[in-house]
Each structure stands twice: as structure tokens, then as C-alpha cells.
Design a protein around this ligand. Sequence first.
Ligand SMILES: [Zn+2]
Length: 130
Amino acid sequence: MPKRKRLPISVEDQATVYFRDKWLCKYCRRPVILHLALKWLARLVHSRIAGVDPAYWDDHWRRDKAPLLDELAASVDHKVALSDGGEGYIRLFGTSREAVFRNLGILQEQLLRKGLNLNSSKTKIAEETC
Ligand SMILES: [Zn+2]
């Protein structure tokens, strides 16, 4: 089967999902923030204070450059991975804040289809990182 192309999710669609999910991560229920808010804040600080390197924005989302962005910024992911037949409808998206959970969510969906469960491992990781 040919690999399905992932289409970008517009900021408007992302915001719709975040509002629907009440700005809470679907995995750990911690609050999230729109990544663009941190980008605009960094621009404001740069315009007012020369030479400051704020820890909340990096164009490449590098954790060492922007740990607050990596820690707090929301992202939208598919409840069912595209590779498993998931569709790009907003109702099938969910809010998350950690890349590890995004990947675990996809893995969990794949395991559930095979009759396996990842919940105990996922919960343990959430407790260690949150
Ligand atoms: Zn989370």
C-alpha cells in the first residue's frame, strides 16, 4: 500500500481542536499553549530588549534552545495514524504537548488493533515526565 501523504493542519484547525479540548493535553491533562503565542512573545521581547535569547522560541523547536516551547506548546495529532487508515478530519484530531506521547498515541492505536495494551507503560512515562 502506498504511503499516504500527511497534509499540514492549518493554524485555524489546530486552534479549533485546542478550544474543543479546553487547552488540555489528551494524555496527561496538563495545560498547553499555542506555539505562535510564544513566537510572538519572543519577537516582542527581541524588539524591546537587545541581545536577549528567550528560552521560549526556536524555529526548529530545539529543546536546548527553547525548553519552554518544547514543554508547553500544543500540537495536534491524529487519534488514528494516517498509516493505519486515519483521516484528516478535525473530529479525529486531539491535543497533545509531548512528542513522546504523540508517538506513543500512534503506537497505542496500533497495539490496540492487535489486541495489546500500552496503557500501563504510557501512564508510567507520564508520571515520570509530568
Ligand atoms: Zn501531556
